[in-house]
Ligand binder design. Structure first.
Ligand SMILES: Nc1ncnc2c1ncn2[C@@H]1O[C@H](COP(=O)(O)OP(=O)(O)O)[C@@H](O)[C@H]1O
Ligand SMILES: [Mg+2]
Length: 501
């Protein structure tokens, strides 16, 4: 619990900042102190109050109470423009660029210092220069509508630098980036700090905070619950502060040898639906008590593979066997009866019916739900809510009112309730906070230890590596790489995912 040394005035500071929205206290007496040349992470789960704090520092919101100081002087920002005039700039979670303008035009747009027409050429040069200096390659003459999301983010950062920001606030910047783009961003962040700028790096991801920051402030429920030097921190201490209890995101791998083959996929080929890539000659086997991870950038045939395995589509060639019984293209119901459950990524699309209650949703895939009495339905739902720790007002709550993590747990509860031996899950923790992620991973691991065969399809390499006994990489519809879970190395996997394996 060290605090800034008194030698230098903090670049920016929040003192006792509070902010309420109807029904929720988003910030309750928050203190934050960020030095020059420092990367300061603000870590917290969804809803912890990080964006609210950032918006107050950047002049978007006024605090109800408390004050903001820049270079030791109290300030009273009425707008983001006021904040920028004092060197504080923010890159929001949702970009604010004008699509039809060029990069350089966007950078100078709204800049009170220069008239637009005169300065476009000069801006182009400066944009290119800033890009080189901080590792933010962007073509100043490109039209923003032609840029990838990662490039647009770079434009937003360049824009803040161009306007003279000394304090940059990045709100969950990696949410829209690939792993490689995230790595590049971390380098840019370090370069900015090395130039004496301060970066406030907001994230709910432990690995990022550990990789990029000098110090970290942890928020929970609108309050600061911990402050630390990053060098003195580890995943466990940060996760515990963030969640408020012990969390163990690593799963103990079972030592015992896997059992009988429960899911066998033999030489599957199928055309891609829509603009999806075709699947070409994919074979894999998942044994009892084994998790096989399929890694890959989404859009490389994952959905086709899952749907073929779940019997929802017919392949051009190849076979699917569940517990030795051929189920190829037999339809989802027959495949389910054979013992395979499929938990799709699209939880509220193909997964849950948002307008139905939890108890109704839990019974959607059961045979003949009409024979069940209301009381039994409720009892089943209550048991699932208890067993899967679904945080909901009760079995009658509509599924659409559940948070992402709780909706996912409800979906898993439904799909796993009748004891399938083969489980296919797609991106099971995408968008979930750390607590829910841990709960979902534990559910899957428990099933594995009970002897289920689990096929885990995910873009999240941390997830694939922490759960899987074996990992396959799917690229352009083919398996291009295979490794055991222990031997898996992020670089090799990343290269294979990019088609260079
Ligand atoms: N503009 C707003 N209006 C109403 N409630 C809000 C608003 N912004 C945030 N909140 C609420 O304040 C709390 C903190 O939100 P936020 O600062 O966005 O957290 P984080 O960025 O850590 O996810 C949440 O409960 C959120 O729903
Ligand atoms: Mg936020």
């Amino acid at each position: 619990m060290k605090n800034g040394t008194p030698e230098a005035r903090p670049a920016v500071e929040a003192r006792g900042v509070s902010k309420a929205f109807p029904g929720v206290i988003a910030n309750a007496g928050v203190d934050l102190s960020v030095q020059r040349g420092e990367v300061h992470a603000v870590l917290g789960e969804n809803g912890a109050g990080k964006s609210t704090l950032a918006s107050i520092l950047a002049g978007l919101y006024r605090p109800d109470d408390g004050e903001v100081l820049v270079g030791g002087e109290p300030v009273n920002f009425g707008s983001p423009r006021d904040a920028l005039a004092r060197g504080v700039g923010m890159v929001y979670q949702h970009f604010r660029l004008v699509e039809r303008f060029t990069v350089a035009e966007n950078v100078i747009l709204g800049d009170p210092r220069q008239p637009m027409l005169l300065s476009t050429r000069r801006a182009e040069n400066t944009v290119a220069e800033l890009g080189r200096k901080y590792g933010l390659p962007v073509n100043p003459r490109a039209s923003v509508e032609d840029l990838s999301v990662g490039e647009q983010q770079r434009v937003e950062i360049v824009k803040m630098l161009y306007r003279g920001a000394d304090v940059l606030i990045l709100d969950e910047p990696t949410a829209v980036l690939t792993p490689q783009e995230s790595e590049n961003l971390f380098e840019t962040v370090r370069a900015m700090a090395a130039e004496g700028k301060s970066v406030i790096f907001i994230s709910h991801k432990l690995s990022e905070v550990l990789a990029v920051s000098d110090r970290v402030t942890v928020m929970r429920d609108g309050r600061v619950v911990a402050r630390a030097e990053t060098a003195d921190s580890d995943r466990r201490s940060l996760a515990r502060a963030m969640v408020g209890r012990d969390v163990d995101l690593s799963v103990q791998r079972a030592e015992k040898a896997p059992g009988a083959p429960l899911l066998e996929i033999e030489n599957l080929s199928a055309p891609g639906e829509g603009d999806a890539v075709p699947l070409t000659d994919v074979s894999l086997t998942v044994h009892a008590g084994e998790v096989v991870g399929v890694a890959g950038v989404s859009g490389n045939g994952q959905r086709t593979l899952a749907e073929l395995a779940a019997g929802m589509r017919k392949p051009l060639s190849g076979r699917v066997l569940v517990k030795g019984l051929e189920t190829t293209g037999r339809g989802p119901k027959a495949t389910r009866r054979a013992g395979l459950a499929y938990v799709p990524e699209d939880r509220l699309g193909t997964g849950l019916a948002p307008s139905l209650s939890i108890s109704e949703n839990l019974l959607l895939t059961r045979p003949r739900p009409f024979f069940l009495k209301r009381k039994e339905m409720e009892a089943t739902a209550r048991e699932a809510i208890r067993q899967f720790e679904i945080r909901a007002p009760g079995p009658h709550a509509a599924t659409r009112d559940l948070s992402g993590g709780n909706a996912q747990k409800a979906l898993l509860a439904r799909e796993l309730s009748d004891g399938p031996e083969v489980i296919i899950v797609a991106s099971p923790t995408r968008g979930l906070d750390v607590g829910a992620t841990q709960a979902v991973r534990e559910i899957l691991d428990k099933r594995r230890r009970a002897g289920c065969a689990v096929l885990l399809i995910s873009e999240d390499l941390d997830e694939v590596r922490s759960l899987s006994d074996r990992i396959l990489v799917l690229y352009e519809g083919r398996i291009v790489h295979e490794t055991s879970g222990e031997a898996a190395n992020v670089e090799d996997l990343g290269l294979a995912m990019a088609g260079a394996g």
